[in-house]
Structures are given as C-alpha cells and as structure tokens.
Design a protein around this ligand. Structure first.
Ligand code: COI
Length: 359
C-alpha cells in the first residue's frame, strides 16, 4: 500500500478522565481517510486532524444510505501495552458488508494497517481503567454526487476512534429486553447480515417503543413467522437452556458477530455443547418459567451483557432471578482477560500495537 501520510494536529486536546467515559461521544485528535474513484481505485491514505466533512447536498449516501461500518476496540492492558482485538476479522467483515452494498473491495491488510496507524498516532487516547477501551469505527460512505439510484462511483473510507466505557447505562448489571412481534429488523435475502446504516435506522422505532415500556433494547424475532429469535438491537443473543448453549444460526438475517464467534469458540474449548439453531420465543419463555434459562448478549460495544428480564406480549419474565449467571460471568471475565492481556490468548485474537500486520 502507498505509505500513509500523517498530518498531526496543531492543537492536541487532553483526553477525558477514564471514570467519566460512556459510549460514543468523545473522539480523538486524528482520523484516517482514503478515497476511491472508479478507474483510479483506492488512493491517498492519510491521517489528518479530526475534522468535519464537506458534502454536496446531492451526495448519494445522504439519499440512499449506501454506507457501511464496523466496530472494534483497542485495550490498554495492566502492563500498559495496547492490544487490538481481532482487527483482521473486523476488516474482513467490513468487506463482506461492502459486498452487500455493491461497494468496491478494500484490501483487508490495508484496513488493518489504517487502524493500527491511527491508534498508534492517538495512543494517548486509549484509556486504562478496567472496563474502558478505545472504540474504533471504520466506515465507508458513497460520495458521488447524483440522485439516480445506482452504486456510487466514488467512496470515502475513514476511521475515527474514541475512548469509551460501558455501552449500557446498566454497566455489567443485567439488561431488560422486549421481543417484538410487530416490527421486523431484517429478513433472509435482505441486508440483515451487513453492518449497514439502514439496519440501525430500521431499529429505532421499535427500540423507542421498548424503551417507553421500560426495556433496554428490542429482541428481534424472525421476519417471516415472528417466532424465532434473531438478535438484539446492538448485540447477538445467546443462552444456556439446561446444559446446552444455543444461539440463532447465521441465516442471512443476523450479523455475524465477532464476539459471538469468540464466545462459541471459548464455550467449545471448555467442553460445553453449543448449538446454532432456530430458537422459538415460546421455548425461551418456557425455560425462563422453569428456571433453566441463562441469557446474555454478545457484541463489541456490549461485550458480554447479561439479560435479566424478557418482555413478550405484555408479560415480563425474569431470567435467572434477574441476576447475572455464572456462565455469563465466566465468559465476560475470560473475554475481558484476553482483551487486557491478563488471561492467555490461545487463539491469537489480540495483537500488540507495536507488531505489524502479519508480524
Ligand atoms: C458494535 O458492537 O461495535 C456495534 O457496532 C454496535 C453499535 C451499533 C453501537
């Protein structure tokens, strides 16, 4: 790849104190940018001071939503060193999302390199308090100026980063989710497996309804029968029913979560039975009533998030007595231990900042 040019800000800011951090409202001093033009390919990789964009009002992303993103994190370990978690896998997923939206392929090694270079320049923004991290948001938007509906011939790939704390105000306390029969997030054959802006726009109405009813997020059911679990607003859903761990399969309607995949791998390492299969809402409610259910969500932002209550058809069902289950706690501790470098990383998911891609 052409070398990344770096222009440092003339006005570096002081990052906020770690104990003031929440999610997604503070950004570092710099950002990465790369342009695409048909016939020219991806060009001009650069790190520049964090700045506004100027876009023509007819820029197609503003009208037809041709936009994708991913989300990953860098952690400052107890040893003071910075680790990126599964950056290569996030880069590959960004490309898979791009395929759904007819975007030109990015070189996955270049995506990883852009992230590493930006985190390196802004490494003083990586917080160190346990539970905090640097959230990294690689994004691609269609930038051609036109109002006809066809794939753009120009794109901007950019990366912004910012220090974050817990995603939910509940922190590590159990969240409450409400299953919706009325709204649908995605159907097989649609964009459900892509990390694209439209999926999040489509989730807002139902999420607001869930909030008004006193829940943290929506639990989406499948778009055809409104019966089988798909995923939660910002995380994949997983549960233990008796001695089996189950999670919905990657059926084309849900996002292929990287934390989801990490958790499945860990559970299998521990000798537990994990099945990816359709799970009907009535099966979940029966297990909640029988007291054999433990449920959690997985996601980069959410990490491992215990679910303590499930709402469905106006009824509220406590899960595991509304408390964080033992398996949920073990998963959280293990994932977080790997991310902060305090637990062994047998699958090589983390890479220290000083080590080059492939190094
Ligand atoms: C993530 O977990 O990184 C996500 O992308 C969720 C986000 C929409 C808050």
């Amino acid at each position: 790849m052409t070398e990344i040019s770096i222009t440092r800000t003339a006005n570096p800011r002081t990052p906020p104190a770690d104990d003031t951090l929440s999610f997604g409202n503070v950004f570092s001093d710099h950002m990465f940018m790369l342009d695409y033009e048909e016939g020219k390919g991806w060009h001009s990789p650069r790190i520049v001071p964090y700045q506004d964009f100027s876009l023509d009002p007819a820029t197609c992303v503003l009208h037809y939503g041709q936009a994708i993103f991913d989300g990953l994190k860098a952690f400052r370990g107890a040893d003071g060193r910075i680790r990126l978690f599964r950056a290569g896998d996030h880069a590959k997923r960004l490309n898979r999302s791009g395929q759904f939206l007819c975007m030109p392929e990015l070189d996955a090694a270049m995506v990883e390199e852009s992230i590493r270079a930006l985190v390196d320049v802004d490494q003083n923004w990586v917080p160190s308090k346990p539970g905090t991290s640097l959230y990294i948001r690689p994004t691609v938007i269609a930038t051609e100026r036109f109002l006809g509906v066809h794939p753009s011939r120009k794109y901007l790939y950019y990366v912004i980063v910012g220090p974050v704390g817990a995603y939910y105000k509940e922190g590590m306390n159990p969240v409450k989710i409400m299953a919706s029969e009325k709204h649908v997030r995605a159907v097989k054959g649609g964009l459900g497996a892509a990390k694209t802006a439209g999926n999040y726009a489509a989730s807002l109405y139902a999420a607001e309804e869930a909030k008004k009813a006193g829940f943290t997020q929506v639990l989406w059911l499948d778009g055809v029968e409104h019966r089988y679990l798909d995923e939660v607003g910002t995380m994949n859903i997983m549960m233990r029913i008796g001695d089996e761990v189950v999670t919905p399969p990657l059926n084309g309607a849900i996002l292929a979560g990287i934390t989801r995949e990490s958790v499945i791998t860990l559970l299998r390492d521990w000798g537990l039975k994990v099945t990816e299969r359709p799970i009907a809402i009535d099966e979940v409610i029966a297990a909640a009533k029988a007291g054999t259910l433990e449920m959690w969500g997985t996601g980069t932002a959410a990490v491992i998030s215990p679910v303590g209550e499930l709402g469905f058809r106006g009824e509220r069902h406590a899960i595991n007595g509304g408390k964080t289950g033992d398996l949920t706690k073990r998963l959280y501790d293990t994932i977080v231990g790997i991310q902060y470098g305090t637990a062994p990383d047998p699958h090589g998911w983390t890479r220290l900042l000083g080590n080059r891609v492939g190094g």
